[in-house]
Design a protein around this ligand. Sequence first.
Ligand SMILES: [Cu+2]
Length: 595
Amino acid sequence: MQTRRNLLKSGAGVAAGSVFHIGSTAHADSPLKVDSQFEGSIQNVPRWENVLPVPSPPRPLSVQQIPPAYGGKAVGNVFHGVAPEYLTAPADWNMQNTQFYAMAAKAGEARILPPSMGLTTPIWGYAIARPDGTFGPAISPGPQFRFKGGTPVVVRTTNQLPEEISTHLHGGHWPSHSDGHASFLVLPGESRDYFYPNVLPRRKDGSFDFTESPSSMWYHDHAADLTASHVARGMAGTTVGFDSLELDLIKRNVLPGIPGQSDENTIYNNPYDLFLALGDKVFHPSGAIWYDTNNNNGYLGNVETINGAAYPRFTVEARKYRFRFLGASTARHRRIRLSDNSQMLRIGNDAWLFPKGQTVQAFGISPGKRVDVIIDFSRYKPGTQVFLENILEQTNERGPEGSLEQIERPDVAGTPAFIHQLLRFDVVAANPAIPNASINAQSELRPHEPLAASEVEIRRSFRFERKNGHWAINGMFYDERIANAVPRLGSVEEWTLENSSGGWWHPIHIHLESHQQVVNLTTGARPLYQNSFKQDVTMLGPNSAIVIRMRFRTFLGPFMFHCHNNEHEDVEMMFQFEVAESGSRRALPVSRFFA
Ligand SMILES: [Cu+2]
């Protein structure tokens, strides 16, 4: 018998007044389970009351000149200083164009839960400085920066919280001092000048490697031992990187935007391109975030948030949009689809656009990852409601149900056993003055240059495993004094990332450089399409081993690599590599330390 529920799931549009609900509705929804330690937490959160928050990017305080907000203190004249590269920058880094910002990490109040609940939530977030140097309110996600390739940026970050912090801008290519190293902190009451030169690494022939230009970055706290609780309290934000290649794709109306207007100024105002930061939280009945600092395995919330709002709705024109999905959870994995199972065009993995898009009905996204996707709403009539759904069940911290291969499949066969709706899109008529973007699966995006086996200088192996109730790599815990790998500046290395901790999932993030997957040693399989270019987080499913390659360029010094399940990272599944003038096969003491 065709029940109403089956009818809805079948994807047939069902009229309710003049509104068309596409795909499954709330009736088909599977709740998220909450751990017994959070007994009494908020269970039922009304959906689609919140409107999706879309941040407006801050403008730099100044360009070229140190801004008045710096209070007369030159760059580097703060307690934690600035990267030495700021003072020794080569002429082609365009330092005369440097943009200056100031930001504080501070406490605040947010409206994460829907208005009808009447609750606010204390957060730790980020606040941008006003021209006079005072800070606005803390927000979470934090201010969304726009970084242009070739334009250096300094962000003076002041810690107004009671615990030490470290800000990692994930997906970029930064000096060691500025990279958010877990031990290069900003102490309470102090400041650090984070220097983001926005320079591309160079190829062997000396030319800038524009294939490495990052698009979708995010920043989050990375302080040793404190990362997970800081991120759970709200310490994360997004950053859009762009270069002339991406601006040209908008000008030619390939990527969504406003053609003819999208130069480096108007890209600040592209209504068809936005981040969707996916988070999950547990709420105390007071509305406060409920987090257990004693649980080292992972944090699973029963309330889903996007851009800091629980179950929001978002009005879209009947046209193409670019969504930069971000796995902002500390431990939850998701598999995302549209409620009518219709096709999307995936155009990137982590910070980097693909050479060409990939048609998908669903994609997996684990903690730390970004998935860049085009959704074309022109297929829907104005008045249609279509939902964004997570179809991946995860009931414990070990990881989600199913295998990594199933989660990464681009197609959805049959009706998923688990459906949890995250966002409602309300489709309205498109502004006829702006043409729909032309992008399709044949559009040329960003070229890719593979790293060849013949270039590999050193091979290393890292085993991610459970040890004495904590999390280890090759049987060892994070030690800020030890460079666990020492690659030579300019060299290519091949690393085997192995997960031998039965049943646990580990998303492995390597700082400084993109890496390229070569082969899955467990299955012998070549990488899937979406994993065959660049990424900065490689997902290791249970009992798996994946070989990757990367080239270490531009910056000397120590950088982190670690599990991006933030709870695992804190205790202490984290190593560092130090890029040096000469490489070493053995671990060595760290030679540069930027406290
Ligand atoms: Cu892990």
